[in-house]
Design a protein around this ligand. Structure first.
Ligand SMILES: NC(=O)C1=CN([C@@H]2O[C@H](COP(=O)(O)OP(=O)(O)OC[C@H]3O[C@@H](n4cnc5c(N)ncnc54)[C@H](OP(=O)(O)O)[C@@H]3O)[C@@H](O)[C@H]2O)C=CC1
Ligand SMILES: Cc1cn([C@H]2C[C@H](O)[C@@H](COP(=O)(O)OP(=O)(O)O[C@H]3O[C@@H](C)C(=O)[C@@H](O)[C@H]3O)O2)c(=O)[nH]c1=O
Ligand SMILES: [Mg+2]
Length: 300
């Protein structure tokens, strides 16, 4: 059945991945901030109604984790109240809303994967603002799926993979934190998961399809080992590489603290929606093919 998604944050990693999936059975209308500004105020129902969504996806966000520490008000306006306005519009239109959220709502304690039901406790402003967004969505409508993902990368946009490849152009050695654990998750996979969830929500009113779910790649790594895998795959494609020195987070001071344990349990999503993403290493190859493969073998 044909599905029409209206998505916030037009140039974002996840939004662009959703647009790449558009086809005969899937319309993706991405709203830029000149059409819908998450930081604005007031009823946004008319803005969304004009785009005729079956499901609204709030993929736009303030994602500058360190900068958020000094721009608390803006982060909360966009990630907190903005998410609420999106969900209120969905409620007024009587359609489902998908809210993208983050592992940074957790405090990072322990070493086991977080269940959806685990207590939250963000250690920084970005995570706190995203948690406020979850609460605002919940308050606006029961017809929602909050999908928490983590460590997102894509062939486009700003992400760790592109940062590593860029730094390796000029540096032989990089120091990267090795005590934060999680699963790098490809925006290409997230987009497929979002579409599957959206189809389920649009088709069925079941309560078990609604609520909070974790949408993350299988497997676990840390940022240093992720960097090593990026460089191994880059080297194999004739791209840049650097040697990676593992360091503890305390040796890489940043304005925002980050959770040490970002492992997300993904069983609930698999059970309710039938969605399970591939292992992070397998998904990385697809993005590396686009980022480095194109350079290594330029078209004749
Ligand atoms: N990136 C990550 O590692 C992770 C992201 N997430 C969540 O996933 C979702 C998608 O993230 P991702 O695709 O990486 O995000 P990006 O940072 O790639 O894109 C976010 C988009 O939101 C837009 N935006 C920012 N402020 C506003 C505003 N006031 N009004 C309208 N649009 C705005 C940005 O526009 P502009 O570029 O002009 O600022 C950008 O296009 C977000 O909810 C994020 O919190 C969750 C876990 C990890
Ligand atoms: C560039 C660089 C980063 N790092 C560290 C900093 C940080 O702890 C880790 C990853 O760097 P990033 O800047 O990608 O981290 P960050 O922006 O915090 O990534 C987060 O973004 C938000 C939006 C989310 O929701 C999270 O899931 C997560 O993806 O690597 C190094 O140790 N060495 C380096 O050279
Ligand atoms: Mg970042």
């Amino acid at each position: 059945m044909s599905l029409r998604l209206v998505v916030t944050g037009r140039e974002g990693q996840v939004t662009r991945a959703l647009q790449a999936l558009a086809g005969p059975d899937l319309d993706v209308i991405a709203l830029g901030r000149e059409t819908f500004d998450l930081a604005a105020e007031g009823d946004a129902t008319a803005i969304f109604a004009a785009a005729k969504p079956d499901v609204i996806v709030n993929a736009g966000a303030y994602t500058a984790v360190d900068k958020a520490e000094s721009e608390r008000d803006l982060a909360f306006a966009i990630n907190g109240r903005g998410a609420g306005r999106v969900a209120q519009a969905a409620a007024a239109l009587n359609i489902p809303v998908i809210q993208i959220s983050t592992d940074y709502v957790f405090d990072g304690a322990g070493e086991t994967p977080w269940l959806e039901s685990a207590p939250t406790g963000p250690v920084g402003v970005y995570g706190a603002s995203k948690l406020a967004g979850e609460a605002a969505v919940r308050a606006a409508t029961p017809n929602h799926a909050i999908l928490r993902t983590c460590w997102v990368y894509a062939p486009w946009g700003a992400n760790f993979v592109k940062t590593m490849l860029r730094l390796a152009e000029t540096r032989q050695e990089l120091r990267v934190v090795a005590d934060q654990n999680g699963a790098p998750t490809s925006a290409l996979d997230i987009a497929e998961g979002v579409v599957a969830v959206a189809r389920n929500l649009a088709a069925r009113p079941d309560a078990n399809l609604r609520g909070v779910f974790h949408l993350a790649a299988q497997g676990v790594t840390n940022w240093a080992d992720f960097a090593r895998e990026i460089f191994a795959q880059s080297l194999a494609r004739g791209g840049p590489s650097a040697s990676v020195v593992s360091i503890p987070s305390r040796d890489y001071p940043t304005p925002a603290a980050r959770p040490l344990n970002s492992r997300l349990s993904t069983d609930k999503l698999a059970q309710a929606h039938g969605v399970r993403l591939p292992d992070w290493r397998d998904s990385l190859t697809r993005v590396m093919d686009q980022l480095v493969g194109a350079k290594a073998t330029p078209p004749a």
